[in-house]
Write a protein that binds this ligand. Structure first.
Ligand SMILES: Cc1cc2nc3c(=O)[nH]c(=O)nc-3n(C[C@H](O)[C@H](O)[C@H](O)COP(=O)(O)OP(=O)(O)OC[C@H]3O[C@@H](n4cnc5c(N)ncnc54)[C@H](O)[C@@H]3O)c2cc1C
Length: 384
């Protein structure tokens, strides 16, 4: 049986988030973007809507939905703006999810309710200056000293790590040596404000300008031994599995941006006149818009398929990589076409497509570059 129609509840969620994106986000996000400012009040409203608790059980403050619900919400936000969409994606899929999947009961009860309500945000610290794609190149260390982990090192490009709402960053650190002489990597939760944990200033970025991305430094940072998230030595494997899921969410975000390009282009092609008629009367413009729609809708199927396998409990690694790779490239292509349809106005920051153009590129980089996705797909096919 094949059925990609959404059930009533998911359709209702899509409608609510679409309305929120259009009525609350769209009118004000451009100014935050221009000021390079994190939109704390909008993110709190997203929390009040229940978006941060979507895939978590009610007993931890969530709404008992699925990871696919989260993806649908991310897609609808990204159709209007990617900064708020990545704030949700990173907050839930990277920030709260490691606690939910691998944390102890005590850690879940302590942190998840505030993360689910959006009163607090968590971040995921894997990347370091010396290793993004090569995430196992971690140099940050943590050693047990009595009842504490003592952490030293740094992380780069960490989303949601320094907002007014941030309460927690889960980081990977080398905690010893494995039996075969390799690095033993574990995940440890570091609450914001812990002495010795410094959050750098926001990076100046090409896109996602209303999202929060920072460098983190750890100098003799002491956290309780019970802040270990999951098993000692399993941190790297845990984070990789979190990234497998995250790729489906980044695919949804890419599809949202690609669809937003269609929305804006259809409106503009109808109203903008050149040579005495709407530009949409020209087949060249019609074909660009038709191609954009083809790409957005096929990319959506790719993330639906990956999410479906994940929800069924079937292997989904390859499908998640395919969805992420394809839809991020679709987002780039659509952003280029949409800008072309808008002519000079498309190059202005005040238009949504100006933001789409700047926001699309990072989708081919974050949570595994396009080259890393191709490596994973080839490896899954038994090559390399
Ligand atoms: C805005 C933003 C937000 C981010 N948020 C987070 C976050 O919240 N948490 C976090 O941990 N990280 C985060 N990252 C980091 C992100 O995941 C990395 O930037 C990404 O994985 C790429 O790593 P890198 O930048 O070190 O590039 P590199 O790994 O140095 O790659 C450089 C180039 O080399 C290619 N390359 C590398 N190895 C190979 C290979 N074996 N074969 C072929 N090509 C190869 C890459 O594909 C790329 O084209 C964020 C990044 C950005 C830009």
């Amino acid at each position: 049986m094949l059925d990609y129609r959404l059930d009533e509840e998911t359709e209702a969620l899509r409608t609510v988030v679409r309305q929120f994106a259009r009525e609350v986000v769209a009118p004000q996000i451009g100014e935050f973007y221009e000021r390079d400012e994190f939109p704390t009040a909008i993110v709190r409203q997203m929390g009040e809507l229940g978006l941060f608790g979507l895939p978590f059980p009610e007993e931890y403050g969530g709404s008992g939905g699925t990871y696919f619900d989260l993806c649908v919400a991310i897609e609808e936000l990204a159709r209007v703006d990617s900064s708020v969409a990545i704030t949700l994606e990173a907050g839930v899929s990277l920030g709260a999810m490691p606690i939910f999947r691998f944390g102890t009961e005590e850690q879940k009860r302590r942190w998840l309710p505030r993360l689910c309500s959006g009163e607090a945000l968590a971040a995921f610290g894997l990347t370091e200056a010396g290793g993004g794609s090569d995430a196992g190149a971690t140099r940050t260390t943590a050693r047990l000293d009595g009842d504490s982990w003592v952490i030293d090192g740094s992380k780069t490009f960490i989303t949601n790590s320094g907002t007014d709402l941030t309460e927690l960053v889960t980081v990977t650190a080398v905690t010893g040596t494995t039996a075969d002489g390799g690095k033993e990597i574990s995940a440890i939760a570091v609450p914001s404000g812990t002495p010795g944990f410094t959050v750098g200033k926001r990076y100046s970025k090409v896109g996602w300008n209303a999202s929060d991305t920072r460098e983190l430094a750890f100098a003799d940072v002491h956290v309780p031994a019970e802040n270990l998230v999951g098993e000692r030595g399993r941190g790297y494997a845990q984070f990789l599995s979190i990234l497998d899921e995250g790729r489906i969410a980044i695919s949804a975000l890419s599809v949202g941006l690609a669809q937003g390009c269609v929305d804006e282009s259809v409106t503009y092609a109808r109203q903008r006149e050149a040579f005495g008629r709407p530009i949409g009367a020209n087949q060249a413009i019609q074909f660009m818009i038709a191609d954009m729609e083809v790409r957005a809708s096929t990319a959506r199927l790719a993330y639906y398929r990956a999410a479906e396998r994940m929800l069924r409990g079937e292997p989904f690694k390859r499908e998640a990589s395919i969805a992420k790779l394809y839809s991020s490239e679709v987002a780039m292509d659509n952003a280029r076409y949409a800008t072309q349809v808008h002519g000079g106005y498309g190059f202005m920051n005040e238009t949504p497509v100006g933001r789409f153009y700047r926001d699309a590129k990072v989708l081919e980089i974050g949570e595994g570059t396009s080259e890393v996705q191709r490596m994973l797909i080839a490896r899954d096919l038994g090559v390399g």
